[in-house]
Design a protein around this ligand. Structure first.
Ligand SMILES: Nc1ncnc2c1ncn2[C@@H]1O[C@H](COP(=O)(O)OP(=O)(O)O)[C@@H](O)[C@H]1O
Ligand SMILES: [Mg+2]
Length: 329
């Protein structure tokens, strides 16, 4: 860490600490007294419906807009007072559209200079990151001619370029096709092994459950809940005392079977998920759960797989956000 930057010791375990962040636009409060901590090596999802205040939060953290109040610490350093602290952060918050007339090489050079890298370092790093996102062979073409997925990959490369401790991304998979989403997620997952921290905003729950270790859910600019993804989901399951069960079977799944299943003690919200599979909520004893398996056999089918999961993120999201404004994928 740079000598001229004082470090606040109690915060230095965190890649990022946001304290009481507020952003007002005239009378409207877009971010309302929000606090969050991203530990070193942690992947945090900032989750919330459209208009929740995710982009505003990330822009305030990265210095693209000035917060009304609040503090931001990067590796324990007050980033509002010492902008050099942001050298350890890689981010592309503005949509990559603004780089239309740049080639990936030019974009990496620009970002590299912002982060104070030498031309030699930029050259080496640019190749590394563009290869990692599989955009090296496109390095001298205009970003404007790329598909959205390719642009997002270049943006991700730019965020990775300074080899940061922390990467901040605003909805990096938004608007991508499934393949584009998977590629971005795969690249981000690969960063986990390198001890990097990530703060990623999304309104897609699957993204959080697949990539993040912790999450902060916001709505109307306020924190709704924050913590370890598995713990939050586990607690919800305990509170509601319910699990979600999916059965895959061999044989002929008849309407009578569906009717009998629906009538079983503890079964709710049964839905067919395929030719021979069903999903339902279940609250009950182990004996009652075993009765369900017996029913499968009574209907001359065989059980191929019984997948029991705690209440999922979707239930948590629905429970904690204003349902009328939720936009779930
Ligand atoms: N420059 C601005 N002036 C006024 N209101 C804004 C401005 N930018 C964002 N907002 C409002 O702040 C709220 C949060 O926006 P945003 O942070 O973009 O949400 P999200 O990224 O979660 O979809 C929205 O209601 C939005 O309309
Ligand atoms: Mg946004």
């Amino acid at each position: 860490m740079n000598d001229d930057i004082p470090e606040t010791s109690s915060l230095s375990d965190y890649s990022l600490s946001v304290r009481n962040l507020t952003k007002r636009y005239k009378a409207f409060t877009a971010v309302d007294n929000l606090s969050l901590d991203v530990k070193k090596g942690e992947f945090m999802g900032l989750l919330g419906p459209n208009g929740a205040g995710k982009s505003t939060t990330l822009k305030a953290i990265t210095g693209l807009l000035t917060p009304t109040s609040g503090e931001i610490y990067v590796n324990g350093v007050d980033a509002r007072k010492h902008r050099k602290a942001m050298r350890h952060v890689g981010c592309v918050i503005e949509t990559p559209e603004c780089y239309h007339n740049f080639t990936p090489t030019e974009m990496m050079t620009y970002v590299g200079h912002v982060h104070g890298l030498s031309n030699r370092e930029i050259k080496i790093r640019a190749r590394d990151v563009l290869e990692e996102v599989r955009m090296w062979s496109w390095r001298d073409k205009n970003v404007g001619s790329f598909s959205k997925g390719m642009r997002q990959r270049v943006a991700l490369a730019a965020a990775m370029l300074p080899n940061p401790d922390l990467i901040i991304l605003d909805e990096p998979t938004s608007g991508l096709d499934p393949r584009g989403m998977i590629e971005i997620r795969r690249t981000l997952n690969a960063l986990k092994g390198r001890g990097m921290s990530l703060l990623i905003s999304t309104h897609i729950l699957k993204e959080v459950s697949e990539m993040c270790t912790s999450m902060t859910m916001i709505n109307h600019g306020k924190q709704v809940i924050s913590g370890d993804v598995n713990t939050l989901v586990h607690n919800l399951a305990q509170n509601e005392n319910s699990v979600s069960i999916e059965l895959r079977m061999l044989g002929n799944m008849t309407d009578t079977f569906i009717r009998d299943m629906t009538a079983m003690a503890g079964v709710s919200n049964l839905e067919r998920t395929g030719e021979r599979s069903v999903k339902f909520g279940f609250v009950g004893t182990d004996d009652q759960q075993a009765d369900i398996v017996d029913l499968v056999y009574a209907h001359k089918m065989r059980l191929l797989c019984m997948n029991e999961t705690g209440a999922d993120l979707e239930s948590l999201y629905m429970k904690l956000t204003d349902e009328s404004e939720v936009n779930i994928r």
